[in-house]
Ligand binder design. Structure first.
Ligand code: MSP
Length: 471
């Protein structure tokens, strides 16, 4: 029976153009979406942009632009980028959408019994948009390791969300995998963090933060960006104006490891406060590094994803980041590794295989085969564990096994001695390749479609240009 699946991605800040790391959320989500669609399920796939906060406001000003213009321009860059990745979302939300803003205010009002006002003095990192504890401040010697900027001392009146109202329920949900956190070691990390989490500040005085959603009923305060941003996952479905039960709770929420904490603590607290069920799975992926180092503008090692896409086209990009970036760990991007993956794996292992097999089929008059998708328990196990890079490794083992079989069974020699046997061998090789193509659908949909067309149409003809030309 067809199920409704709801899948979400983190909404990036629009304080610049997309970088290569932003591709992770979208590619993983796209694989999951296509896998679910292949199973006949209906997928709703949200993407969007996080457009409020001082960080963005300052960038717009530096650029000499009106903030509305600046965020619209950058949001468009993300939308274009996602399309370039071959990623098909169903809903796109901007946190400056009027519907979103009014819904966030209603969410705030619904949470009011868990909100209180207090004054606060502490350390804040604008890059992270969060307060840090004195311990964290001391450990990092006053400088945020992620943003290389000194923490600011803030003393102000804020509204707080009483996390303590929900701690026990969140803890149990995470422990029992009702809110499943992947990978396992992050689950443990989040449980530890939850223990130490105080109530969270969810607003800033307007004079400190003007670019945000107003707190209802208090003109002096503006909502904390995370309160506004996290709500997007339900406001995009229409909450609280519409019934969202067809798609909420989300089946899968994909985020990077740096923002898992917000999704494991504040977000569940908000949902529990609203009386909504918790998402089923939170998947936290690693970071894309370059030559083992974090990409940063100051180090001058930021890789432009459009340049990477241009070099060998989309399938190579998807291949590299979905297979060579372990779903749950940090991944390294270097041009050398990228070139090697393209030439040795895509072009040699798969491209040559397609070319060779099609040529042999043509010579021996093997016609296109009908293909009935078969189930593959190992592949499905990896996919259901959301270990997509492992599933992709497994597909590649199959590609290599077909190459090995051709070399061992030598159908071109068989054709001279026993043509009937040669045809039977070729047919079975084509069947194996069609099976690979079927498993490739979520990862490399265009390549999968090309292989399917080549080997299921009447006459099998080798492609005029190789699938992965070498340049
Ligand atoms: N605006 C928040 C998210 C709000 S979600 C309600 C934010 N934005 S971000 O632009 O900093 O990050 C967006 C996504 O990109 C996050 O999932 C983040 O982890 C991911 N990445 C940012 N840099 C990355 C890499 N270098 N590598 C992989 N993913 C990275 O956080």
């Amino acid at each position: 029976m067809s199920k409704n699946i709801y899948l979400t991605t983190a909404i990036p800040y629009v304080n610049g153009a997309p970088h290569i790391g932003h591709a992770c959320d979208y590619l993983l989500a796209d694989v999951y979406a296509r896998y679910q669609q292949q199973k006949g399920n209906t997928v709703r796939f949200q993407a969007g942009t996080d457009e409020h906060g001082n960080k963005i406001f300052k960038k717009a000003t530096e650029n000499g632009q009106k903030v509305e213009e600046y965020v619209a321009e950058n949001s468009k860059k993300f939308q274009d980028f996602i399309k370039k990745l071959g990623v098909e979302y169903t809903d796109f939300i901007r946190t400056t959408d009027k519907d979103h803003e009014s819904r966030v205010q209603k969410i705030w009002q619904k949470l009011e019994s868990h909100i209180y006002k207090d004054s606060y003095e502490g350390w804040y990192c604008e890059g992270c948009e969060r307060f840090v504890t004195q311990n964290e401040y001391d450990e990092n010697q006053g400088i945020c390791p992620d943003h290389q900027k000194p923490y600011e001392r803030l003393e102000e009146e804020n509204y707080y969300l009483r996390i303590s109202d929900f701690k026990d329920r969140i803890k149990t949900a995470i422990e029992k995998d009702e809110l499943k956190i992947l990978p396992e070691f992050r689950k443990k990390e989040m449980l530890r963090l939850l223990e130490d989490t105080p109530d969270v500040s969810i607003s800033r005085p307007k004079k400190q933060l003007s670019w945000g959603v107003a707190v209802p009923g208090d003109e002096t305060q503006v909502m904390y960006v995370w309160m506004d941003a996290l709500s997007n996952y339900i406001t995009v479905l229409g909450y609280p104006d519409k019934d969202i039960s067809d798609f909420w709770p989300a089946d899968l929420q994909i985020v990077g490891k740096d923002i898992l904490r917000f999704h494991s603590i504040i977000w569940p607290a908000m949902l529990l406060g609203l009386g909504l069920p918790l998402p089923k799975v939170l998947l936290s992926h690693g970071f894309v590094l370059t030559n083992g180092a974090k990409m940063s503008k100051s180090l001058g090692n930021v890789v432009d994803p459009l340049e990477v896409l241009d070099k060998y086209g989309l399938p190579a990009f998807r291949y590299y980041f979905l297979r060579h970036a372990d779903t749950f760990a940090d991944a390294d991007f270097t041009w050398e590794k990228y070139d090697a993956a393209y030439n040795n794996e895509l072009a040699n292992d798969l491209g040559n295989l397609v070319q060779r097999l099609a040529t042999l089929c043509k010579k021996n008059q093997v016609k296109g085969l009908k293909y009935q998708p078969a189930s593959d328990p190992i592949y499905e196990k990896y996919m259901d564990e959301l270990y997509f890079s492992k599933a992709f490794d497994y597909i590649w083992e199959k590609v290599q096994a077909i190459n090995k079989r051709i070399d061992e069974e030598r159908p071109w020699e068989l054709a001279k001695q026993d043509p009937e046997r040669a045809v039977a061998v070729l047919k079975s090789l084509v069947e194996d390749l069609l099976e690979v193509a079927n498993l490739l659908v979520p990862f490399l949909p265009d390549v999968a479609a090309k292989i399917q067309t080549l080997f299921t149409a009447g006459e099998i003809l080798p492609p005029e240009t190789p699938l992965f030309p070498k340049n």
